[in-house]
Write a protein that binds this ligand. Structure first.
Ligand code: ADP
Length: 229
């Protein structure tokens, strides 16, 4: 099995004024290509920070992240952005849709920026797939939380990522809508082989992935296959 993500000795310290807060300490783990992997832990344990480092959205103070065979420390900002555009999907906790763009445009514009001539038709197809074929011209403010999260999902799938990072993808959704979103994510893994790395408070969701890493106080408490729990 090949590893799509290798994290080794990761440390992250935030500095505000004269205060320093170390939020990740010596974090190491690996994710197999095609695996479903969750990261759980109490609020403030460093999960979001860790996900941002894994996806190359931020840089560690020490340690290495190897993503899709590339050591992120060896890439400059442009190269990291190129790698993200090509290989990575990211779902943020609060959706992060652009309020002035319609659902369709939220998905098609990033594709257009990457030079995809089929951006609009691909965006419509993806929105259809997540069950929003009749909402393409709605703005985010005209959509429910669950609908906004499904637009965010369509956008995250749009570049056919090898690996998808999702930060509390069901955190702001009711149970039924959350279930729809989980199903879309798990189907993507099954149908396209996309590796999933999901942060969740929801232990039931974590139990549906193959591996669970528990973080506490910025350190790895356990990292076990779900079958062993
Ligand atoms: P979790 O996702 O597990 O709730 P976070 O990674 O969001 O944890 O946060 C871990 C710790 O780092 C928290 O104490 C948080 O306040 C702090 N933190 C997160 N982002 C920043 C930042 N940009 N600047 C300073 N402190 C931060």
């Amino acid at each position: 099995m090949s590893k799509i993500l290798k994290i080794n000795g990761l440390e992250k310290t935030y500095t505000s004024g004269s205060r320093q807060l170390t939020v990740l300490k010596n974090v190491s783990f690996e994710v197999e290509k095609g695996q479903t992997f969750s990261i759980v832990g109490p609020s403030g344990s460093g999960k979001t920070t860790l996900l941002g480092l894994c996806a190359g959205l931020d840089q560690p103070n020490a340690g290495t992240v190897e993503l899709c065979g590339h050591d992120l420390n060896q890439l400059n900002e442009d190269e990291r952005a190129q790698l993200r555009n090509k290989e990575v999907g990211f779902i943020f906790q609060n959706f992060q849709l652009l309020p002035t763009l319609t659902a369709l445009e939220n998905v098609s514009v990033p594709l257009e920026l990457q030079g995809d001539a089929t951006a609009v038709s691909r965006a419509s197809e993806l929105l259809e797939k997540v069950g929003l074929g009749d909402r393409v011209n709605h703005y985010p403010s005209q959509l429910s939380g669950g609908e906004q999260q499904r637009v965010a999902l369509a956008r995250a799938f749009s570049n056919r990522p090898s690996i998808l990072f999702a930060d509390e993808p069901t955190g702001n959704l009711d149970e039924e809508t959350g279930e729809k979103v989980i199903k879309l994510l798990l189907d993507l893994n099954k149908d396209a082989g996309t590796t999933l790395v999901i942060i969740s408070h929801d232990l039931d969701l974590a139990a549906r992935t193959q591996q669970i890493l528990r973080l506490k106080g910025g350190q790895v408490l356990t990292n076990e296959p779900t079958t062993a729990i």
